[in-house]
Design a protein around this ligand. Sequence first.
Ligand SMILES: NC(=O)C1=CN([C@@H]2O[C@H](COP(=O)(O)OP(=O)(O)OC[C@H]3O[C@@H](n4cnc5c(N)ncnc54)[C@H](OP(=O)(O)O)[C@@H]3O)[C@@H](O)[C@H]2O)C=CC1
Ligand SMILES: O=C1OC[C@@H](O)[C@H](O)[C@H]1O
Length: 400
Amino acid sequence: MSSPKTVRWGILATGGIAKTFTKDLLVDPQTRGVTHIKHTVVAAASSSSQSRAEQFLKETGCPASAKAYGSYEDFVKDPDIDIVYIATPHSHHYQNAMLALEAGKNVLCEKAFTVNAAQARELANKAREKNLFLMEAVWTRYFPLSVYVRELVTSGRIGPVARVLVDNSIASDPEAAFSDGKHRLVNPDLAGGALLDLGIYSLTWVFQTLYHTQDEKTRQPPKVLAALKHYGPTKAADEATTMILTFPRSEEAGGEAHAVATTSLRVATMPGGLKDVPGIRIQGPQGEIQVFGPAYRPERTRLVLKDGTVEEKEWPQPGPGKGSGWYNGFGGGKNAEGEGHGMFWEADEAATAVVEGRKEGKYEGLDESVLIMEVMDEVRRQGGLRYPEHIETTKYPTHV
Ligand SMILES: NC(=O)C1=CN([C@@H]2O[C@H](COP(=O)(O)OP(=O)(O)OC[C@H]3O[C@@H](n4cnc5c(N)ncnc54)[C@H](OP(=O)(O)O)[C@@H]3O)[C@@H](O)[C@H]2O)C=CC1
Ligand SMILES: O=C1OC[C@@H](O)[C@H](O)[C@H]1O
């Protein structure tokens, strides 16, 4: 057996998810049975100060040799970085990812990939032109639970998927939690709102069961009908969005399929933290797959078949032990004793691709990321939600 290849990461931004991701990245991959790669962090950058980057490296337990930068521009020039992880707000992904790609770096960029499809297309073109790896960091797609669900779908056990119902909603008491309107979840200057932050996961489940699993040559984009409620205090961000998607499919493949994808900052998928609510239901003529837990980090599945079969599975995240702290955009919590957060799966995929010379993620390629951005563009068009021009633009560089 050959020794594992070490992939050298640079972390761009030092906020909440950058910390969680970096801690997961530094968990020994062997704790999840991964032996062909290792991860290390060689640099981190903060747009506010070098000392903030230093603090970040210390807090997350990065090697003492990792370099701290007080500017993204200087950071992307670091020759020791193999791949950059971008963890800024949505509004900044386009500018930051373009900066890294222009500097010749491979990129893993947080969700939502960009503000709109035009920006996503430009990034995909740039990565292809420069022969670099680029992937949207939709971590959920890389969970073993998601792999299992997609395999169940393609196995045909529930028959051709006829309908998917997904909710990803967090009752966050928005006026209390984000009263000054500056938080990235409600701030239009940061492309805030439920759709781009949480609705992307509802769409992820719809796409990974009704689109990704279909024949690449014949699958077609869905038609979309949307209702979008603006968040009162800032007006220019959505508080709740509901989408009906119609996927055209040949009669042989099961005929037209429907999906309802919902998201809200005000009501909850799991009220009071109640765990026995399947926020995700994938339905076919022979039965359905139910998925429990938040749509972004589900923990349990149930397969229910027409013949009475019921198969339940738990999907705890492996390593690193001691209930490591995690963060979810609203504050955070603790993983169960012995669990990691689960962001290492997407990191493993990105690192593996870099080592193998692949340029896209295997469970969501760039065309699919662009298509999902197109769906969100259409939802925002129907709902009358447009962000400020300086963050919708494809002009690069632009000050954000
Ligand atoms: N996969 C997941 O589970 C999660 C993903 N996310 C995604 O990660 C991204 C970041 O979210 P999160 O970590 O919660 O955000 P935070 O606000 O906690 O952090 C964002 C960081 O971006 C940098 N930044 C650069 N410019 C700005 C700016 N103008 N305003 C604010 N921050 C700026 C800052 O770091 P610095 O000053 O050091 O450069 C800041 O700390 C979003 O795209 C979000 O959707 C968020 C939560 C969970
Ligand atoms: O990606 C995310 O997943 C967890 C949510 O709580 C967070 O707001 C979002 O950005």
